[in-house]
Design a protein around this ligand. Structure first.
Ligand SMILES: Nc1ncnc2c1ncn2[C@@H]1O[C@H](COP(=O)(O)OP(=O)(O)OP(=O)(O)O)[C@@H](O)[C@H]1O
Length: 960
């Protein structure tokens, strides 16, 4: 692979101080982009646009880390003591097992980390680039110096870019400069050569985040030669933070380690007083330590989580932080976006409405522009002219592309814009046709927070025209007049609102269009004219369009599945309340307007103002869904919008406003006309009310909500880089159904983790009971330290991991969510562990005593005890497949790995009983088949006991 560094021919260092044209010339670029061939040649020469990967934790570091555990310290101490006592074979065996354990642990951990990284890479960063004059979306790694790229809000800048033009572009450069406020960009600014990185408005640097606006620029540096590449390592993808469950288990191990030390000391003291020789006291202490320490737990948990991550990936859910595996299973509310998550986000204009007329139907579906506007009545010609004016405006104020190819019509860009282009084509107005003589001079790009887009176009000599497209309440308030079939009239707000509500009540997304003629202006020497939000007044409303967006076919079923699983689903959308309610009804989410809360209501509640209005207004005003939500003229969310409310939202108004917001979130299943910043208020309120919240997001401003929720879910396809990086999980197909699948997998994973923990702790505790009971009864040690290690790490170690591969029990989505913060050791777990330990320890010690009493030598008796313990482990792994279900209703074929590993554990022990080396080290020898069968019979007592406990627990669960 070519060196990405120094061979690039162009010194990017000075691009910020050079005029854009000079930079283009220096990189041998072209405003229309490079040719594909040239880009390929450059990529071949200079390599991909990759920041070299961090050295990361090498396998050696991971290996050494395996020894940093209190459990291992206890074992290491045991090995040391064995050396001191001259028990060389014990010491060597403990050391060998420790090494083996560390080797298995580190390969597992390394593999898990590698596959997690590979999964994260599946979510690649795409980049909009102009090649051969066409706009394409490519993997950002394919970019080369000289490429012309487009930047838009929510995007991570893919390379160092000299801006050529921009519209309201603001970039968060904190990853590079530490400056937390977004920086305004201006390609025409004059920047001194010595300017610091943070003072270069002409540039956008790789790794920084576009907060708002649009930009176009030429790539000046890629990969290691970018500013961030030079910083090496500052901007790496986040290493996956340890799962809280693992942290809790580490803490648990620490407590066990300390507990073991104390018990060993106490037993040692008692034994010394009883006159036991000191070196035997030490051996007893070592055996106790080994029996009580769940050595296999860290490896088994790592595997269990890795299995869960892989399974989720198969169901389109990529886990970015391991915490999600656990929290997904316990979430009680899923707050989902509507467009694109519950619906397919393929908008088709189905109605065109001009004030004073019935809405006209538009025929045709999707991106294929065959169809027409069905204008009828006496004024058909005037109607058609009005429809064409409206469509032309929608085509002009537009950022999307639509083109005919051999494979049919292909489109790029925002779904609303694509739908407008299709409408235009149906009326014979393509974008080139619309732009003929109406060149675009400036633009305010669409951002969710202001809900409209505007463009400025050249018009008749000396004039220009502003075109606005956006949400009805916003655009209507910019207008003083409206077009009717009988000429321009003063705007009739009520009539417009009625028209909008009529379209929205069938679930259509409604967009209004307006125009205004202004004087032609120049942007001053060397600069383009600007368009400002303040200029959007005195406009003429051209009419409304209604767009349909079909539901995803699996959304209703997935919502129903969540409900059965005790999870409430709420919809959060920027759409009109009536649009949202219609969709929610179809999804089976909401029944009536009282379940809808608007962003305006939230804002009012959060600010503690107009409380009375909030209490009375369930649905944005007395008359149901409608743009009335904006309240009296001029008092709508625009003027008193949540932008001013700041991200603290409810917090700022104190307890009273928090309570008001909570009252709203308690009854709402639909949040409409919500601004991205308000998502955070909703998440905070739900959290305050004790819910465990999963929230979806795609835009740049969704990041705070994604961060704050227990589980942030970003959309892999439509989501911005910013949203994806803020989220714990990424849903690669954007579908709500995959979130439900993720919840199910999360629950299965948590259940499997519990199964593994139960198995290991119960068998460990059984050994402890055995050793303590034998000592209390004055019997010699029933198991040697090496035998205990063999049991814990080899025979059990082989089979416990297979529990992590248990498929779901099938009822995961019919159970209530696990209470958050519920300890792993809940009542059932404690009972099961104590019962199993009592049976294992009790039966074995009784048998051991009987053997000794029958005249067996201690060595022979120990040999039987070890085999009995292996059989207990084999039985208990099947017991552990389900907490409540009988082993006899659980088809073993569903986890053949478990069957295989149990047989392997048994086979390995049989081999160890026959091979001289292991015979010598472990003190083992073969037994007769009849004796083996007797031991198996004894081991089935555990099966009976656990079956009885399961039946008891099932009854208890039914009763509660
Ligand atoms: N490209 C656009 N140009 C102009 N107006 C738009 C555009 N897209 C959406 N709108 C208007 O802004 C409103 C809010 O849209 P937005 O895309 O912000 O919703 P959203 O919150 O992303 O929706 P959801 O949460 O359902 O995905 C829409 O109802 C529509 O009226």
């Amino acid at each position: 692979m070519a060196d990405t560094g120094t061979q690039q021919p162009y010194q990017a260092d000075t691009a910020h101080a050079m005029p854009a044209a000079a930079v283009l010339a220096a990189v041998h670029g072209d405003p229309d982009g490079l040719s594909t061939a040239e880009a390929a040649a450059r990529r071949g020469r200079w390599g991909p646009n990759d920041i070299p990967a961090a050295a990361g934790n090498g396998l050696w570091m991971v290996f050494l880390r395996q020894f940093a555990s209190p459990l291992i310290y206890v074992l290491a101490l045991a090995a040391g003591l064995s050396v001191w006592l001259g028990e060389w074979s014990d010491a060597a065996f403990i050391a060998a097992v420790l090494l083996l354990n560390a080797a298995i642990g580190s390969t597992q951990e390394h593999r898990a980390e590698r596959s997690a990284q590979a999964l994260r890479r599946m979510v690649t960063t795409a980049s909009d680039v102009v090649r051969d004059g066409n706009l394409l979306e490519i993997d950002a790694r394919e970019l080369v110096v000289g490429d012309v790229v487009l930047l838009s809000s929510g995007m991570r800048v893919p390379a160092d870019v000299r801006l050529l033009d921009s519209q309201g572009l603001q970039v968060d450069e904190s990853p590079l400069t530490g400056e937390s406020l977004p920086v305004d960009k201006n390609p025409r600014a004059t920047v001194p050569r010595a300017a610091a990185l943070g003072d270069r408005p002409t540039m956008a640097y790789a790794g920084t985040l576009v907060g708002r606006g649009r930009g176009r620029g030429v790539v000046t540096a890629t990969g290691a030669t970018t500013q961030v590449g030079a910083l090496a390592g500052e901007l790496r993808e986040p290493s996956s933070v340890e799962a809280p469950l693992l942290t809790r288990m580490r803490r648990f191990a620490l407590v066990v380690g300390l507990g073991v030390a104390l018990v060993a000391l106490a037993v040692g003291a008692v034994e010394t007083v009883r006159g036991t020789p000191w070196h035997e006291v030490v051996l007893i202490g070592v055996a106790l330590a080994v029996s009580a320490v769940p050595e296999g737990l860290p490896v088994a948990l790592t595997v269990a989580l890795a299995v869960a991550v892989r399974r989720m990936a198969r169901r389109e859910v990529i886990v970015r932080r391991l915490v999600a595996v656990e929290s997904l299973g316990s979430c009680t509310v899923v707050a989902s976006d509507k467009t694109g998550t519950l619906t397919v986000n393929e908008l088709t204009v189905t109605h065109v409405a001009v004030p004073g007329c019935e809405p006209w139907e538009v025929t045709g579906v999707g991106a294929d522009p065959t169809g027409s506007v069905m204008v009828d009545g006496a004024d058909a010609d005037a109607g058609m002219a009005a429809a064409e004016r409206l469509a032309r405006a929608g085509v002009l104020c537009n950022e999307a592309t639509l083109a005919a190819t051999e494979d049919g019509w292909v489109h790029r860009g925002d779904a609303v814009d694509v739908a407008m282009l299709v409408l235009g084509r149906k009326l014979g107005i393509s974008r080139p046709v619309a732009l003929d003589g109406a060149e675009q001079l400036a633009a305010i790009p669409f951002e969710s927070e202001h809900r409209y887009a505007a463009t400025l176009h050249a018009a008749d000599p000396g004039t220009a025209r502003i075109v606005v497209k956006g949400a009805v309440e916003r655009v209507r308030r910019m207008c003083t007049t409206m077009v009717t079939l009988h000429g321009e009239r003063p705007i009739d707000a009520e009539q417009v609102d009625r028209m909008a509500e009529r379209l929205a009540s069938t679930g259509e997304r409604v967009v209004a269009l307006a125009v205004r003629r202004v004087g032609r202006r120049d942007g001053g020497p060397g600069a383009d004219p600007d368009l400002d939000h303040d200029e959007l007044t005195g406009m003429t409303l051209l009419g409304l369009v209604g767009m349909s967006d079909p539901l995803r076919p699996d959304s209703p079923a997935a919502i129903a599945a969540c409900r059965r699983a005790g999870i409430s689903v709420v919809m959060i959308t920027g759409d009109h309340a009536a649009t949202a309610l219609a969709a929610a009804r179809e999804l089976g989410l909401a029944d009536g307007p009282d379940e809808v809360v608007t962003g305006h209501e939230l804002h009012t509640a959060a600010n503690g103002a107009a409380r009375g209005a909030v209490e009375g207004a369930a649905y944005g005003g007395a008359q149901g869904a409608g743009p009335q939500e904006a309240g009296p003229e001029g008092a709508g969310p625009q003027e008193a919008g949540p932008q001013e409310a700041g991200p603290e939202g409810a917090g700022r108004g104190g307890a009273e406003s928090a309570a008001a917001v909570d009252a709203l979130t308690a009854r709402a299943t639909v949040f409409a006309r919500v601004e991205p910043a308000q998502k955070l208020d909703i998440v905070e309120s739900l959290t305050r009310r004790g819910e465990v919240v999963a929230v979806t997001g795609d835009g740049a401003n969704d990041a705070p909500a994604l961060h704050h929720a227990h589980v942030g879910v970003a959309m892999g396809r439509s989501g911005t880089d910013v949203a994806r990086e803020a989220a714990e999980i990424v849903v690669t197909d954007d579908q709500f159904g995959s979130i439900a699948a993720g919840v199910e997998e999360g629950r299965i994973a948590y259940a499997n983790v519990r199964k593994v923990i139960q198995l290991l702790i119960a068998t460990g505790a059984g050994e402890l009971v055995l050793v303590l009971a034998a000592l209390t009864m004055g019997l010699p040690l029933p198991l040697l330290a090496v035998q205990l290690l063999w049991l814990n790490l080899v025979t059990n170690g082989i089979q416990d991991v297979a529990l992590a591969f248990e498929p779901g029990e099938g009822d995961e989505m019919r159970r209530r969510p696990r209470p958050p913060g519920e300890p792993v050791f809940d009542r059932l777990m404690v009972e099961r562990v104590l019962l199993s330990a009592a049976v294992i320890g009790g039966v074995t010690v009784a048998f051991y005593q009987w053997l000794l009493a029958a005249g067996w030598s201690v060595e022979d008796a120990r040999n039987s005890v070890v085999l009995l313990m292996v059989l207990f482990e084999n039985v208990h792994v099947f017991n552990s497949r389900s907490e409540l279900r009988s082993v006899f209703t659980h088809d073993p074929r569903r986890n053949l790995l478990l069957v295989g590993s149990t047989l392997l554990a048994q086979a390995l022990h049989i081999v160890a009983m026959h091979v001289p080396f292991t015979q010598a080290v472990l003190g083992l020898h073969p037994v007769s088949l009849a004796h083996w069968a007797t031991l198996l019979g004894l081991a089935t007592t555990l099966l009976v006991a656990v079956e009885l406990h399961k039946a008891f627990c099932r009854r208890r669960a039914r009763r509660s």
